[in-house]
Design a protein around this ligand. Structure first.
Ligand code: ARG
Length: 460
């Protein structure tokens, strides 16, 4: 026999390279706390069901509690020879209380153990991710509130389309992040399941009490199928896919922050705390943090693709491939929470150049739809109105004349019914104000969105 936990069946030990390659302790030690929680719940259950004599169970419980304290004090060290967090903990427990530690693994396998640890890990992080999104949403609402009447060009194809309220723009992101919140909330449902007691794959002959361990660990319910319990990583895939969608939102927002803080746009100026300079060009103020968040979307998409690929052909139940499930998730947690908080700080401290935004709507013909609508209301078929205005825009571009600079007499040559009021409709602010359709950019509409958002955030 060898000195491994499965040593009985083996004559020779593995090579050092095998140990090194197969080990997960370098990363799964992040679940040390969860591992001890899982073991404690398990041994308490073994005691309650009389699977273990009370005195053995008590010794194990005391040992595990000591390990908890030592872990919290940063006093535990792990080894590659013990491969993963589960076997490292068992080895540490054995050092502490002797061979009785070996009874802890009764009616349990590392397969249900690792699944339990991983569920606990994700379950604990989900509320933190949700809180970080809500914090960003709070900033968006505050900024929107301060910019209900800030006029800016709305874009399609990154070409000036129609004027909108900057508050309206910000509230679009609020809505996107609200869907992220809801996705992560739903993610909780599939994470809040206890795999513990599935044992290796088939359940166990011991009279265990899975309801008890489920309750001890604070899970909503146990998995109903032992094969599924040890094979399922949907909760991790959902987490990664939710994170990937979240990152697309952050990345789009960052793209606009980057564009808008450029000389050409000049709509935003980032605070010094969220900018960097250049080692050679003294004038530079770079939006590095926004670029980095945009860039980090790449690794999050990679983490999702990585786990999808690992899982896609795995036969039931556990396969060692699944050891590859954790690093991407850990990395994702480590990435998205700071990204959300940097984004929130960056937006909260950015200066909005309202004059520049407004000015961008003044000679850009983004009021062309207003004129076409005006003509349509006077009875000209919209298609024809569109054509007429198109020609006016073309001429205006050639002569550097805006629609509001065309004299009334000229308008009346097109249609005698055109009155002075046309110039009112051509103002960007009026164009915005008049878009009172549900969900439109009117100032009133934006204020409604803000009020509803505050309700959702519990700040109503
Ligand atoms: N370190 C393993 C993992 O992360 C734990 C489960 C190992 N089980 C097994 N039968 N090899 O997946």
């Amino acid at each position: 026999p060898t000195n491994k936990l499965w040593g009985g069946r083996f004559k020779a030990t593995v090579s050092e390279a095998t140990d090194e390659f197969g080990a997960s302790i370098s990363f799964d030690q992040l679940m040390a706390e969860e591992d001890l929680m899982g073991s404690l719940a398990h041994v308490k259950m073994l005691k309650a069901t009389h699977i273990l004599p009370a005195k053995d169970a008590d010794q194990i419980i005391a040992g595990l509690k000591e390990l908890q304290a030592e872990l919290a004090a940063g006093k535990l060290t792990f080894t590659v020879e013990n491969e993963d967090i589960h076997m490292n903990m068992e080895a540490l427990l054995t050092e502490k209380i002797g061979p009785v530690a070996g009874k802890l693994h009764t009616a349990r396998s590392r397969n249900d153990q690792v699944a339990t640890d991983f569920h606990l890990y994700v379950k604990e992080r989900l509320p933190k991710v949700i809180a970080a999104i809500k914090n960003l949403q709070t900033v968006l609402v505050k900024k929107a509130e301060a910019n209900v009447e800030t006029v800016m060009p709305g874009y399609t194809h990154l070409q000036h389309a129609q004027p909108i309220s900057y508050g309206h723009y910000l509230m679009a992101y609020f809505a996107m992040f609200q869907r992220d919140v809801e996705r992560f909330e739903f993610n909780q449902k599939h994470t809040d399941l206890s795999p513990l007691g599935a044992a290796a794959l088939a359940g166990t002959t011991f009279p265990i009490d899975r309801e008890m361990t489920t309750q001890e660990l604070g899970f909503a319910s146990p998995y109903t199928n032992s094969l599924d319990a040890v094979s399922d990583r949907d909760f991790a895939l959902e987490f990664l896919s939710n994170a990937a969608i979240l990152m697309t939102h952050l990345s789009r927002l960052c793209e606009e922050v980057i564009l808008w803080s450029s000389y050409e746009f000049g709509y935003l100026e980032l605070a010094d705390q969220y900018s960097t300079g250049s080692s050679i060009m003294p004038q530079k103020k770079n939006p590095d943090m926004a670029e980095l968040i945009r860039g980090k979307s790449g690794r999050i998409f990679g983490n999702l693709m990585g786990l999808l690929t690992v899982m896609k052909s795995l036969p039931l139940a556990y396969n060692k491939d699944m050891q590859e499930d954790k690093e991407g998730v850990f990395d994702t947690v480590k990435t998205i929470i700071p990204a959300l908080s940097i984004m929130a700080g960056m937006l909260a401290t950015a200066t909005v150049n309202k004059a520049k935004m407004q000015a961008a709507t003044e000679r850009d013909f983004s009021n062309a739809t207003e004129l076409a609508d005006y003509l349509a209301v006077k009875g000209i078929p919209f298609r024809q109105a569109h054509e007429i205005v198109g020609e006016l825009v073309l001429k205006g571009l050639q002569t550097n004349t805006t629609l509001q600079e065309i004299p009334l007499a000229e308008y009346q040559r097109i249609l005698p019914e055109i009155g002075e009021d046309v110039y009112l409709d051509l103002q960007a602010k009026v164009a915005i104000e008049r878009r009172q359709s549900l969900g439109g950019t009117s100032f009133k509409g934006v204020m409604k969105q803000i009020a509803a958002a505050k309700e959702i955030l519990g700040q109503g």
